[in-house]
Design a protein around this ligand. Structure first.
Ligand SMILES: [Zn+2]
Length: 333
């Protein structure tokens, strides 16, 4: 690796950008044979060098990799420097120098590149990742009061209370006359609310069945990730459901590693969250109607680069309609 050069933070950022945008060159330099696919690159893990030909995947858009046989990304770090460290078994500084030698022979001002990056998509992506999400103080929950709506639908009161679900005790704007589910990020901070209408004739009224609080980024969150995290880590598995009610059904059945994706599409940030939580296997429990199946196909093709994906055929339309006994029968692994 030669003499080590001290490289500034801004330069490191510029180098990372260069490397991410020319990642195939990095693979070549490291002697890694891979296959390029639509949004990711797959191959055997170059770090632990196992037999499995798809153990390793590099996500082109996110600029991170995952080794799902041995979790090498956890040992060395998920970004390009982590990859170099893992393959060359070197230090972080050595990995930075390796990338620097590969891309920068002194002609490129890396700090400038980091500062005036013209690739709009890159800037947007990094902003979206780093911009702090709006959080709510816990006191907001004082504005909710218990309502028996969920109990009448077979969800035990202790679960409803554990999730602090209630109806607004004062005017909540568009969230009025809805059962409100507080949503927390992976650290347990309140980041938004999802409200299910109490009107049985919501269609006739022309209102949505579900409504999210203003500014809530559903594509970057997972309902229940804060509580499910330790169970996902323990088991390596996560059950993917559509909405909060499905998660409550699993809780009722004593299954604690489920999350809801607020729809049928699994977004990249949600994939990253699941990786962070330590998921290696996704158990997909989405609606069994045709639209649900099609949605699941599209949404989980990308995920299969990062996780083992098992789709479960549900005996009813959705998990919310299943009895607790059936949920246990189908999902008890
Ligand atoms: Zn590995």
């Amino acid at each position: 690796l030669g003499t080590l050069k001290k490289i500034s933070k801004a330069e490191i950022k510029g180098l990372k950008h260069l490397a991410n945008n020319n990642i195939v060159r990095v693979f070549q330099a490291l002697g890694i044979a891979v296959q390029e696919r639509y949004q990711y690159i797959v191959g055997p893990c170059p770090i632990h060098e196992g037999d499995r030909t798809d153990a390793f995947s590099w996500h082109l858009e996110l600029g991170i990799y995952q080794c799902f046989t041995k979790g090498c990304h956890d040992t060395y770090g998920k970004d390009v420097f982590g990859l170099v460290r893992g393959v060359l078994k070197c230090t972080f500084l050595e990995s930075v120098n390796f990338i620097n030698k590969l891309f920068n022979d002194g002609n490129v001002d890396l700090s400038l590149l980091a500062a005036i990056d013209s690739t709009k998509q890159f800037v947007e992506a990094s902003l979206a990742v780093t911009a702090p999400e709006k959080t709510f103080p816990e006191e907001v929950l004082n504005r909710l009061k218990y309502h028996n709506y969920l109990e009448t639908r077979g969800y035990p009161r202790d679960i409803v209370e554990r999730y602090q679900i209630g109806i607004p005790s004062d005017n909540f704007g568009l969230m009025s006359h809805r059962v409100i589910f507080p949503i927390r990020n992976i650290e347990g901070k309140l980041v938004g609310f999802s409200g299910r209408t109490l009107y049985p004739d919501w269609k006739e009224r022309g209102i949505g069945k579900w409504h999210h609080s203003k500014g809530f980024r559903k594509e970057a969150n997972l309902f229940n990730i804060d509580k499910a995290k330790r169970y996902i880590e323990e088991t390596g598995s996560v059950i993917i459901t559509e909405g909060p009610l499905d998660v409550l059904r699993f809780e009722h059945a004593g299954i604690h590693n489920s999350v809801a994706i607020f729809g049928r599409k699994l977004h990249n940030k949600q994939i990253t969250l699941l990786m962070t939580a330590g998921a290696a296997r996704l158990i997909v429990a989405l609606d069994s109607d045709i639209a649900g199946q099609t949605g699941a196909e599209d949404a989980f093709n990308n995920a299969s680069a990062f996780f083992t994906v098992n789709k479960v055929k549900l005996p009813t339309k959705d998990v919310g309609e299943m009895s607790v006994e059936d949920v246990r029968k189908v999902f008890a692994a």
